[in-house]
Design a protein around this ligand. Structure first.
Ligand SMILES: Nc1ncnc2c1ncn2[C@@H]1O[C@H](COP(=O)(O)OP(=O)(O)OP(=O)(O)O)[C@@H](O)[C@H]1O
Length: 278
């Protein structure tokens, strides 16, 4: 399994904090996959991401990108930020200019690209995220979901190898959440490794190919969703809920589910019910 990011025994305590935010964090992000980072409030998800882009530097342990230990020099950080894009939870902290088109172009111009490349990348990022019709609207007139997609477009336009999304669906209504997840799917189809921190176990379960579970600054589990959620007791011990589908599946008599892959979405579950189980 080729890794895009790896944390090896990383520890970090914020100035003035009593407890460590990361305490022996060791985890791997496989290249090309969709990874969900799960963990209750304060388990270290955001701190983990800030280490991936070099905003925070480990006080112990090391972080690797593409197999190389991070270089915190100016050039090293520039290269790192081209390879790893971070989408913050609150788009207001990320969007700077007046319209989506100006904002996406601004990041590219800041990175020193020529005007032809800026135009081409801006238009293709806006198109890929379904933002062309909104491209010249003032950002403060956009809905939260549209702002989040604009922030994502700005990061995607930089053509990183991996995009980290910190709780992308927070405060979104179900329709906006679906549109955002579609946009994230588009980005993954374009060949980008995508990592999403989330509290939503159902989304993580049906969306992710790889799951990491954090608890008090350390990684307690990492693996494919069916392996992770086969450990119901540990999931509950960590204060997390089982995804509804996995929980329902688990409640079926063993004879009905034995030897079958656990359904990953409602469509698969309904198909089992209609064709095989009744
Ligand atoms: N700037 C800061 N200064 C001091 N302590 C901080 C700071 N940011 C985070 N922490 C602490 O570090 C720990 C990990 O926080 P972090 O934000 O990484 O967790 P999280 O899993 O992203 O949480 P959430 O789900 O609430 O976003 C928490 O105990 C938090 O209170």
């Amino acid at each position: 399994m080729e890794l895009v990011l790896e944390w090896q025994d990383v520890s970090y305590t914020y100035p003035d904090a009593k407890a460590a935010a990361l305490a022996g964090m060791s985890l791997r992000i496989p290249k090309g996959m969709k990874t969900a980072v799960l963990g209750h409030n304060g388990s270290g998800k955001s701190t983990l991401f800030l280490h991936a882009v070099g905003i925070l530097k480990p006080q112990g342990g090391r972080v690797f990108c593409g197999g190389k230990a991070l270089d915190y020099g100016r050039k090293g950080l520039q290269e790192l930020r081209r390879a790893v894009g971070l989408v913050l939870q609150d788009p207001e902290q990320q969007l700077i200019l007046n319209t989506p088109r100006e904002d996406v172009a601004f990041g590219l111009r800041n990175a020193g690209m020529d005007e032809g490349t800026i135009r081409h990348r801006t238009e293709s990022a806006l198109a890929r995220l379904g933002l062309l019709e909104l491209a010249d609207r003032p950002i403060h007139h956009l809905s939260l979901g549209q702002k989040k997609r604009t922030a994502l477009a700005g990061v995607f336009a930089m053509e990183p190898e991996v995009i980290l999304l910190d709780e992308p669906a927070s405060y979104l209504d179900p329709v906006s959440e679906r549109l955002l997840l579609q946009s994230i799917g588009e980005i993954h189809r374009a060949g980008v490794t995508v990592v999403m921190a989330t509290h939503d176990m159902d989304t993580a379960y049906s969306w992710a190919d790889w799951i990491v579970v954090l608890d008090r600054g350390a990684c307690r589990m990492q693996g494919p969703p069916d392996t992770i959620f086969a450990h119901k007791e540990l999931i509950e011990e960590l204060g997390l809920e089982m995804p509804l589908l996995a929980d329902l599946w688990d409640s079926l008599p063993v004879g009905l589910r034995e030897g079958r892959p656990v359904p990953r979405n409602t469509e698969q579950f309904k198909a089992y019910l209609a064709n095989d189980l009744v």
